[in-house]
Design a protein around this ligand. Structure first.
Ligand SMILES: *[C@@H]1O[C@H](CO)[C@@H](O)[C@H](O)[C@H]1NC(C)=O
Length: 332
């Protein structure tokens, strides 16, 4: 994230390595080495912050910059075990599962972005940068939300519930005759509407299913009945029945269904962009739309080293001969 102009005649500029020079013209440095590794190269936060006190230095690691685990390599799936996410993911009577994408990796990136933005705001006030310690373990544990709260406040150990909710019944996927239907009755009046929509209005008058607390208590009995009801008809029937009911519901889509879904397309989530070697590539569009500063047309992900010459010559002022020398000696 380049932003500042260095005094290229200063002593510290001439003494600095290429990476330090890049830090000198940048607002933000992001790195994901094992903690301590960059300090050995003179590029750790202590070293660079002394040269460039305004630098925001974001370190992303598996377990944190300090502590007994700091030097361990961080892999999404391992940390989703250590951080408890895998314990609560998967069918109740089955094995722990990992989430289908590297969600802890990606959430850590989101925390990194928001902490960098917060640090930029802080720098406006103080003029000082800072060291950000983002890590997969802290992200994973911080994301345990209600499951963490139930344990740390009430001592309630967590379990797996498949697609279901630990404390709301019904709130899960049901198999239909040709796909899965997700539906939740968030409160007792919704459950009454739900019972009517599936053709069994009397369900919500039964004492054992009267309140959510009752339904959680008799979860097994209610769910086995509902499972048999939903299996009788196709997904399209259930989607049509619940449309406009106010009851939260929907399908479980495969990728083909996701990328032909009208709302997905309406939100601009499928984009075709030019690519330097492939002609065109399709990418998933941005998850956020801005009213005042709309996202400019996205560029394809860069090829390996695509911007190396540009960074060295335009940003750091290296001569063509210096760049050629770096290339010949396989530094770049
Ligand atoms: C139940 O949930 C619906 C939808 O969120 C809401 O409109 C309604 O007011 C709720 N009813 C009660 C009794 O909380």
């Amino acid at each position: 994230m380049p932003g500042r102009t260095p005094d290229q005649n200063s002593k510290r500029w001439t003494e600095a390595t290429s990476t330090a020079k890049l830090a000198a013209v940048s607002d933000v440095l992001v790195e994901n080495y094992i903690p301590g590794k960059l300090s050995k190269l003179g590029l750790g936060y202590p070293e660079l912050s002394e040269l460039f006190p305004g630098l925001i230095y974001c370190s992303i690691s598996g377990y944190g910059q300090t502590g007994n685990y700091a030097s361990r390599a961080g892999y999404d799936v391992i940390i989703s075990g250590t951080g408890g996410l895998m314990h609560i993911t998967g069918p109740a009577d089955g094995e722990p599962c990992k989430v289908g994408v590297a969600i802890t990796d990606m959430s850590t990136g989101l925390y990194a972005v928001s902490s960098i933005l917060a640090s930029l705001l802080a720098r406006h006030r103080t003029g000082k940068g800072q060291h950000i310690d983002c890590n997969l373990l802290s992200t994973n544990v911080a994301s345990l939300a209600n499951i963490a709260s139930n344990y740390i406040n009430a001592g309630q150990e967590a379990q797996r519930y498949g697609t279901a909710h630990p404390s709301i019944v019904p709130y899960q996927a049901f198999q239909t005759s040709d796909g899965y239907f997700l539906v939740g009755a968030g409160n007792d009046s919704q459950f009454a509407v739900f019972a009517k929509l599936i053709g069994y209005p009397e369900l919500s008058d039964k004492e054992k299913f009267l309140t959510n607390k009752d339904r959680v208590q008799h979860r097994g009995e209610l769910l086995s009945f509902l499972s048999s009801v939903f299996k009788e008809k196709p997904l399209s029937h259930w989607l049509a029945s619940f449309e406009k009911s106010g009851i939260p519901h929907g399908p479980i889509n495969n990728m083909e269904q996701v990328f032909s879904d009208p709302q997905v397309l309406h939100n601009g989530l499928l984009q075709t962009i030019p690519h330097p070697t492939l002609g065109e590539v399709k990418v998933v569009g941005p998850a956020v739309r801005y009213s005042g500063t709309p996202t400019v047309s996205p560029e394809a992900p860069p090829l390996l080293g695509q911007h190396t010459d540009q960074v060295l010559s335009q940003l750091l002022g290296y001569s063509p001969a210096q760049v050629a020398h770096l290339r010949d000696s396989k530094v770049i």
